[in-house]
Design a protein around this ligand. Sequence first.
Ligand SMILES: Nc1ncnc2c1ncn2[C@@H]1O[C@H](COP(=O)(O)OP(=O)(O)O)[C@@H](O)[C@H]1O
Ligand SMILES: [Mg+2]
Length: 634
Amino acid sequence: MKNITFNNIRVEGFGSFITDRTFQLQRDGIHILRGFNGAGKTTLFNALFWGLYGENLKGVVQSKLPTLKKYRTKEWRGTRVAISITVDDKKYLIVRHISFTGTTSKMEGGSKLMIFESGQLLSDELHKSDMQSYINEILGLDSKAFLSSILFGQRMKRFIEASPAEKRTIFESIFEADFVELAKENAKGYMTDLESEYTSNKIKSDNNTNRIETLISQESKYKELLKSFEDSRKERIEGKQNSLKSEKSNLRKLEKELEEFLDSQKDLQESIEKKKLEVNNQTELQEKIRIKERELDTISNNINSTIKEIKTARNRMDGYELEITTVKETCPSCTQPLPKEKIETVKKSIQSKIDSEREVIVEQEKNEKTLSKNLDLCKKEIEKLKSKLDTKVLQEFKNCENELSDINSDIKVINANVENSKKTIKNLESDIESIENENPPKLDLKSIEKEIKDLKSANKEFENRQEFLLQEKEDTDWWIKKGFGSGGLKSFIFNAMLNLLNKSIVKYASRLGFLVQFSIDMEKASKPFLTKCFNADKVELDYEEFSGGEKARIDIATAFAIHDVVSTNSNINILIMDEIFEGLDESGIEDAFDLMRLKAEGKTLYVITHSKNIDSLNCKHIDLIKENNNTLID
Ligand SMILES: Nc1ncnc2c1ncn2[C@@H]1O[C@H](COP(=O)(O)OP(=O)(O)O)[C@@H](O)[C@H]1O
Ligand SMILES: [Mg+2]
C-alpha cells in the first residue's frame, strides 16, 4: 500500500480562479467548504481533477477551462494548475499549462504537462501519452477510479446507476484489476510472439529437414555411384585380366608352336641339307636320263624316218619294177616297135634306178639296223640309268622342301600372331593400368556429413525449443483463457475485493438502515455485475424505488466503502464530497456527518455545500467568496 498525500494545489487562470493562489489540501478532519452558488467551490476541485487527469468534471473542451476573456485582469498570464503530492516520502509536482506565459520551476509556460519527481523534470524522458499513465501509476488510480473513490459529486449517483459493464470497468480500475487485462494483453502479445517463433522455427526446421534429406540422398546416390563405379571398374579389370590371361596362354601356345615349328624347320633344313647330295646325284642321273631319252627320241625319229625312206624307196622301186615290165616296145603314137637298144636303154636306166633304190634301201636298212641297235643300246642305258634312279629320295626331298616352305610360311604367320598377341597383351596391360588409374567420381562427403550433423544438432535445438514453446503456448493459452479471463484471476480479485467492499458497505449501511451488495454472477458467461439494494426490513428494492434521501445515503455509504477498498491499495489523504446532502433531511444529514466523522480519521474530508445551514460538531469552515468574478478563499 502506498501513502499518498495531497499537499496543495496552485491555481491560476482557471474558471473563476483568475489570480494565482495556493490552496492547502492537507488538513486534518472535516472541512466544510461553503459559498453561494457559483462561488467557485466545484471549480477548485475541477482544477484538481483536471490537473491530475487532463479531464474535467463538466466534460467540456479544454479551451473552455481558462477564465473567460471578459473576466481576465491586466496581469493575465494564462492558465496553470500545479498539484503537490507526496507518495511515500517522494515528492511530486504535477503541472498543467494552457498558453501560460509565466514559468514553473524555471520551465517556460506554453501548453504542456510537466511532472517533477523529487524536483526533477520527467517530461523529457516520458512520452506525452506515457506521462498520464505515469500519473495514474503514481496515484494508483485512473480518473474513473478517482471519481468513484476520492471526489464524490453528482457522479456518485451515476456509479450506482451505471450499467453492469460500466461498473465492471470502474471496479477493474478501482481494484486495479485492469492489470489482469494488461497481463492478458501482454500474454496475448507473448502468445503472438510464441506462435510466430513457433511457426518460423517450424519453417526453419522443415527447411533443415528437407536439406538433410537432400544431403542424405545426395550422399547415398554418390555412394551408389561410387559402388557402381568400383563394380564396373572391377568387372572391367576382370574382363581385361581374363582376356590377358587367355591372351598370355595363347601367346605361350603360339610360342610353343613356334618353337615346334622352328624345330621342325631346323630338322627339315638339316635333312634337306643331308639329302641335297643324294638329290644332286639323282638330279644328275635324271639329267642323264633326260639326255638319253632325248637321244632315244632322236634315234627313234631317225629310225622312223629311215623306215619311211625305206618304204618310199620300196614304193619307188616297186614303181620302177612295174615300169620295167611295162616299158613300151611300140611307139605310143605310131605303134611301131621301138628299137631294142632304146628299149634296153630305157630298161637299163630304170634298172639303174631300181638298183639305186635298192642300194638306198640296203643302205637305209643297214642304217636302221644300226639305229635300232643304238636304240636298244640307248634303251638299255636308260634302263640302266633309271634303275639307278631313286624317285623316292627326290619325292621326299621335294616333300621336305614343300614342308619347309609350308613351315616357313607357318612360322611367318605364327610370328605375326605372336607379335599381335604381344601387342594385344601390351594393350590389355595398359588398359588395366589406365582402368586402375581411373578417378572415381568426387564428392566432398566430409563437408556433407558435417552439414548434416550441424543441421541435425540445429534441429535438435529447435525440437527442444519447440517443446518449450508448445508448453509455454499451452500455459499462456491457459492464462489468456482462464487465468486472466473473467472467471480466473480477475474474478478471484473481484470476489475478494467485492467481499471487502460489501463488508465495508455493511459497516456504513448498518448505521443508515439499508444495504447494498455487489456481486458477480459467475453462472453467466459474461460474468455481469449485480447490484442488490435492501431496505431496513431486508426487502430487496430497486435503487430507483428508494426515496431521494435514501438514495443519498446509499450513495454516501457506497462511496465510503469504495474509498475504504481503494485505501487498501492507495491510501489517499483526501476525500471530497460535493453537494451530497441534497434530498437529505436533518437526521439524514446528521447520519451522514456521523459516517464522515468515522471516515475522517487521519484524513481530510472536504464537504462542499452552498447551504449555510449545514454544520456539525468538530468541523472547520472554509468560506469562498467572489470578488470581481474572482473566487477568493477566506
Ligand atoms: N471560464 C470561466 N471563466 C470565468 N468564470 C467561469 C468560467 N466558467 C464558469 N465560470 C463561473 O464560475 C463560477 C463558479 O462555478 P462553480 O465552481 O461551479 O460554482 P459553485 O461554487 O457553485 O460550485 C460560476 O459562476 C460560473 O459561471
Ligand atoms: Mg458546485
